[in-house]
Design a protein around this ligand. Structure first.
Ligand SMILES: Nc1ncnc2c1ncn2[C@@H]1O[C@H](COP(=O)(O)OP(=O)(O)O)[C@@H](O)[C@H]1O
Ligand SMILES: [Mg+2]
Length: 404
């Protein structure tokens, strides 16, 4: 009985010890598991953090690239928008995929996109150029006149490297062509203008040689005519020389303070004989008290000579030409007034253009350069020049020069 009790107590003690050991082991295992979980969590968090940093930096790189791309894109779009040359992009079937505003303007078509080349360009030579480029994949170029719109267009078609379509570049050559025509006309007019006085000089001298010299009153008339023709030729030569000076940019001014009356008187003296020969009176009306103006006397005399020359040329005998000047705010206003044939109102705004002449047959010889030269000289003096005229009654040419 006693030994059974001892055994039971020993058994309980052993059981309690095992239970305690188990309990401790369990706690350590739990602790260990917790520890591992914590560590794992920390490394995971770290990894996630790294990943997020990498992503953020990737996103910001993309942002930079994207904004560079979009600013380049908008710069390009702006360029195409502002370009005066037309740009079209067509697909392989010739359907327009892109057109800048200039292309729309040049072909008078406000919505070229999604239409066919033939429909927009409407010129068979240009359409042919596109077809050749599409077939051969070689650049083609074609220049045509579009008479209905008074246009000269040049088309360059190049194969589009990005697709099987084409790029079309359209240039408006109308202005350049017009200038070429003006130049060509000028040369042919000039040859004519030179030949006419030369032919009449030849006829006049021959008549004198053939006996007119023996008739003094007739001889006097012939010699007057000879002088008139020589004056016209001299004026033309001066204008041509002046034009070449202006074109080469060699027009340098020697500015001096000059009394307005001095300029008018000296120009009047130079042209007096020509005016007399044309049966006109030429005089100056100018107060001596006007403020001095800063000018290159020789150049300004050229302006007045050109204006007086015209007044004399375009006024019938018996008329008069008056030179006058008056003071304005900070400037002096000069004028040349005649009682001549006048200028049609629609031509007045154009007479200062180079080579422009009112209805060539109207009167006298000329280059159409005199007024454009006068305008150039006045403007280099920081002045203005303009004309007022009534057809059949006369014209007044004004110009201003700042006071000294
Ligand atoms: N005083 C004027 N009276 C009438 N017409 C004028 C006068 N001055 C200029 N014009 C007109 O303006 C045009 C241009 O003048 P200009 O440049 O001097 O050329 P040009 O005298 O060689 O014809 C002339 O052809 C003429 O028709
Ligand atoms: Mg002239």
């Amino acid at each position: 009985m006693g030994s059974t009790l001892i055994l039971a107590v020993a058994f309980l003690a052993i059981a309690a010890w095992f239970a305690w050991r188990y309990y401790r082991l369990r706690r350590r295992v739990d602790e260990f598991a917790n520890q591992i979980r914590r560590q794992e969590f920390e490394t995971k968090t770290k990894e996630l953090e790294n990943l997020s940093t990498a992503l953020t930096s990737l996103i910001s790189t993309f942002d930079v690239r994207l904004s560079t791309l979009s600013s380049e894109r908008s710069r390009l779009a702006n360029l195409l928008e502002q370009l005066t040359d037309g740009v079209l992009i067509a697909d392989a079937q010739g359907i327009i995929q892109f057109a800048n505003p200039a292309a729309g303007r040049l072909f008078q078509n406000s919505q070229p996109v999604n239409r066919s080349i033939a429909e927009v360009i409407r010129h068979h030579q240009l359409v042919e150029a596109w077809r050749r480029c599409q077939q051969t994949r070689q650049m083609q170029s074609e220049t045509v006149e579009v008479p209905t719109h008074h246009q000269y267009l040049q088309l360059v078609v190049a194969p589009d490297q990005q697709s099987s379509g084409t790029l079309l570049l359209v240039q408006d050559l109308t202005r350049i062509r017009r200038l070429e025509t003006v130049r060509r006309d000028f040369i042919s007019n000039l040859s004519h203008e030179l030949r006419t006085p030369l032919a009449s000089l030849k006829a006049l001298t021959e008549t004198l040689q053939d006996g007119a010299l023996e008739d003094p009153p007739a001889a006097r008339r012939f010699i007057d005519q000879i002088q008139t023709e020589v004056d016209a030729l001299t004026q033309m030569a001066t204008e041509l020389l002046e034009l070449s000076r202006i074109e080469s940019g060699r027009l340098s001014l020697d500015l001096q303070p000059i009394p307005p009356a001095e300029l008018l008187t000296s120009a009047c003296e130079r042209m007096q004989l020509q005016a007399e020969r044309a049966g006109l009176s030429l005089r100056v009306e100018c107060a001596e008290t006007l403020p001095k103006v800063r000018m290159d006397l020789q150049r300004m005399e050229q302006v007045l000579v050109n204006l007086i020359h015209n007044a004399v040329k375009y006024t019938k005998p018996g008329g008069e030409v008056i030179l006058f000047a008056e003071a304005g705010p900070g400037e002096v206003r000069f004028a040349v007034r005649d009682t001549g044939i006048g200028i049609p109102a629609e031509d007045v705004p154009r007479i200062f253009e180079r080579f422009y002449r009112v209805e060539k047959s109207r009167a006298g010889s000329g280059t159409g350069l005199g007024l454009s030269i006068a305008k150039h000289i006045v403007e280099t003096h920081k002045g203005k020049i303009w004309a007022e005229s009534v057809e059949g009654q006369g014209s007044t040419f004004y110009f201003t020069i700042p006071t000294a």
